[in-house]
Design a protein around this ligand. Structure first.
Ligand SMILES: [Zn+2]
Length: 325
């Protein structure tokens, strides 16, 4: 799980005797063994947004003295001869790529999770090593554009609300806030409702410039009033999908694994919409082709397709290996 970057740093996992731990974003598959890092590593480095999300998700289990906020573009010296820099990644709020440079000119970058390479996620060039996430590194994962998916989602929401049926959206932390923001940008004005943890994460991100408009805590009197009117959009964690009840509501799961269509009707009131926070196969390939690193390491700890993706890269002339083997 952990990415060893340079001599002193482990990224998104724990490696004994490394002084620094970087968390690229607050998703649970990137915060594995955080307890071990808290116990033995000198500092946990993340963007201010990710740090505030970690505080909500982990509470007092992370001592504040261990957290070191690093902004995008700011350089952080690790050890005597290495520097870390965060580069923006479009994935969930706070996400970054991590660039390691040493004083001899060696440059390695781990993308972390990303989408929209070349626009929302800058493509870093002049790399000795590119460590890339390939969650959807198989040609069967090619998705319609995000705009198409979003327009389909909004159409479904507006249809439900026009019938007086509330909408409930299920997604992972971070994606929820990303979609809330996008819906506001697309002029969706109905109140949003969130249970406590999602509400707190959203409020934490509003301190960093995100703006979610009318957001109501589910455990509040305002919520009881809203339910009578039926005109609202509620959010819940992806894992609650199987518990969805409320037959009169329209339930929508946001799921990047749906391909070949923008949305899928599961039953009369249940839909899956193909909103993803990862590059698809073409996007992942595009990153490598534009970056042109000397060596590509495909992260096999978070993808089932790392071996096949690496072999496809080799066919295109890249020196590429999956790791761990
Ligand atoms: Zn993620």
């Amino acid at each position: 799980m952990a990415i060893a970057l340079g001599k002193y740093t482990s990224v998104d996992g724990f490696i004994p005797r490394r002084k620094y731990r970087v968390v690229t974003h607050a998703h649970s598959d990137h915060t594995v063994d955080l307890n071990k890092s808290i116990g033995t590593q000198g500092a946990i480095i993340a963007t201010p947004e990710t740090i505030d999300m970690l505080k909500v998700l982990y509470g007092k289990r992370i001592p504040l003295s261990k957290l070191r906020a690093l902004r995008i573009g700011e350089r952080f010296r690790v050890g005597e001869d290495e520097t870390l820099t965060f580069v923006r990644a479009e994935h969930i709020p706070g996400s970054v790529q991590v660039l390691l440079e040493n004083d001899k000119g060696f440059r390695a970058l781990y993308t972390g999770d990303f989408k929209n390479p070349g626009s929302g996620t800058p493509i870093v060039e002049d790399l000795d090593v590119l460590i890339i996430d390939a969650t959807y590194g198989h040609p069967k994962y090619v998705r319609p554009s995000q705009n198409e998916v979003l327009e389909s989602l909004i159409e479904l929401i507006e249809y439900a609300l026009s019938l007086g049926r509330p909408v409930k959206i299920y997604a992972y932390h971070g994606k929820i806030q990303e979609v809330m923001q996008l819906l506001r940008e697309y002029n969706v004005k109905e109140p949003f409702v969130a249970p406590n943890k999602i509400y707190k994460l959203s409020k934490a991100l509003e301190r960093h410039g995100y703006s979610f408009g009318d957001l109501v805590l589910k455990e509040s009197d305002t919520y009881s009033e809203l339910v009578k009117g039926g005109q609202f959009i509620e959010f819940d964690h992806y894992n609650k999908w199987h518990k969805c009840s409320n037959e009169n509501w329209i339930h929508i799961r946001l799921d990047g694994w749906l391909v070949n269509s923008v949305r899928l009707k599961v039953s009369d009131n249940r839909w899956i919409v193909a909103f993803s926070d990862h590059a698809d196969f073409n996007g992942t390939m595009y990153y490598v082709e534009e970056s042109r690193p000397k060596l590509v390491i495909v992260d096999a700890s978070r993808s089932n397709f790392a071996t096949s993706f690496a072999s496809k890269l080799r066919l295109r002339g890249f020196h590429a290996i999956p790791m761990p083997l």
